[in-house]
Design a protein around this ligand. Structure first.
Ligand SMILES: [Zn+2]
Length: 376
């Protein structure tokens, strides 16, 4: 097992890359999709089931965990890995994004952000230094710098102001993180959809020096075309020998398009959240298991899928347990969705290594264009 954090690039195909991130808690094959374990759980899944889908790493949310059960309590109980029974790598976000999207009564200064908890209204403070402390208490393997991500659309002035503040906070995050062998600190590029601001942000981050670089401020409502527009150039501003992480992405076609443009890591609540609302993602696109057409259908969700939901149950059963409000509905659909997302990642890793990413992409889109199997 690696003693230090390291990234090895094994192959490239166009801008797409495949490699391995080594950490003392295990290897992360890239491109990697990270399921989101918001409150120290990937909802409806046991940790060993998440691992069985092929996940090498989970994401935990600083904002949620600092409020409940609190980072100090998690630390007293042995850290987040032990607390949630997941021994492999964990990446934690900085809390900045969720303070902006969930908390109320926010007051931002150069120092940091004061806000009220969305749970009980209690008052809290987050700053680069406090975010580093919380992520250290949690025991996170990959720590994210504290940043401010303005919601789009925003004026160029507002995007530039937030980006420059985030770069000052990135330096403070670096200073507060210190020297922690085996743990990594990632900087976050901001700058909205403006090329010059993205470049300025990347230069500032590279001057500070990080173990990996995230592309932040995307997947916040700008749309896929605008996001791909940024990804056509932004990954190229970052060092080739460090992992690149696109935060909060996405749908299967977003993921394939991001990897094509040079992204190594992604995370999204989509597969687990969809699983709890009766939405399945398959090679043939989206399936709404609530629809009456499935009520008498004895066929699996996807006959080519090897997940427990597809090998053991019919569409009729999945439809029934969703309609009946049974917990197994969310469990099975979440498992299937996470399994499918990891299957896409594995397919891309193999395709990049074999120099046939374009063929993978063509096949991926062709199968989706066919749509779901015809009703019986
Ligand atoms: Zn399945």
């Amino acid at each position: 097992m690696a003693q230090n954090f390291a990234f090895t690039l094994n192959a490239t195909d166009g801008a797409a890359r495949t490699g391995v991130i080594s950490t003392p808690r295990g290897e992360i094959r890239t491109p990697a999709f990270m399921p989101v374990g918001t409150a120290a759980t990937v909802k409806a899944m046991l940790p060993e089931s998440v691992r069985a889908t092929g996940a090498d790493i989970l994401l935990g949310n600083t904002y949620h965990l600092m409020l409940r059960p609190t980072a100090e309590r998690v630390a007293r109980l042995g850290g987040l890995h032990k607390f949630m029974n997941w021994e492999r790598p964990i990446l934690t976000d900085s809390g900045g994004f969720q303070v902006m999207s969930l908390a109320s009564l926010r007051k931002m200064t150069e120092e940091g952000v004061t806000f009220s908890s969305h749970i009980d209204g209690s008052k809290h403070f987050l700053s680069p230094e406090r975010s580093m402390e919380i992520q250290r208490l949690l025991g996170s393997d990959i720590v994210m710098a504290f940043d401010e991500c303005p919601a789009l659309p925003a004026t160029d002035e507002e995007v530039a102001r937030a980006m420059r503040l985030s770069m000052r906070w990135a330096q403070r995050s670096r200073d507060a993180f210190g020297d922690r062998p085996g743990h990594a600190l990632f900087g976050i590029m901001q700058g909205g959809v403006t090329r010059e601001l993205r470049e300025e942000s990347a230069e500032a981050l590279k001057a500070i020096g990080f173990d990996g670089y995230a592309i932040g401020g995307l997947a916040v409502g700008e749309g896929q075309a605008a996001m791909f527009g940024v990804l056509d150039y932004a990954p190229g501003f970052l060092p080739a020998d460090k992992p690149r992480y696109l935060m909060g992405v996405g749908k299967p076609d977003d993921i394939v398009g991001a990897v094509k443009r040079g992204v190594d890591m992604m995370d999204c609540v989509l597969p687990s959240r969809s699983g709890r609302t009766g939405q399945a993602w398959t090679r043939r696109g989206q399936v709404n298991i609530k629809n009456a057409r499935h009520a008498d259908d004895p066929r699996p969700l996807d006959e080519a899928c090897s997940c427990p939901a597809c090998t053991g149950y019919s569409r009729a059963y999945l439809h029934h347990v969703f309609r009946a409000g049974e917990m197994i509905s969310g469990m099975l659909l979440t498992w299937h969705n996470l399994h499918y997302f990891q299957e896409i990642m594995q397919g891309m890793r193999e395709a990049i290594a074999a120099g046939r990413f374009a063929e993978f992409e063509a096949e991926f889109h062709a199968r989706r264009a066919e749509g779901d199997i015809a009703p019986l």
